[in-house]
Design a protein around this ligand. Sequence first.
Ligand SMILES: [Zn+2]
Length: 75
Amino acid sequence: MKAHPKIRTAPGHLICPGCMELLAREDIEGFGRCPYCDHRLQPSDDLEDFLLTPVVEQWIQHARRETQQGEAGGG
Ligand SMILES: [Zn+2]
């Protein structure tokens, strides 16, 4: 059974299911289309995850840093 073309991501990039180009978040944010092949990206959880990832990663890193500093006991 063949699944729908699934949106795949690479670190910091989204892989266009149409042309396999790496797209930056800025490339698709607000357009929803691949600038290379004009493939329309289907709104999906994966796409939303990708668009939100930088925000999520920022606060994860922030939280990790605070934890590490707490463990190191430095000032
Ligand atoms: Zn494309």
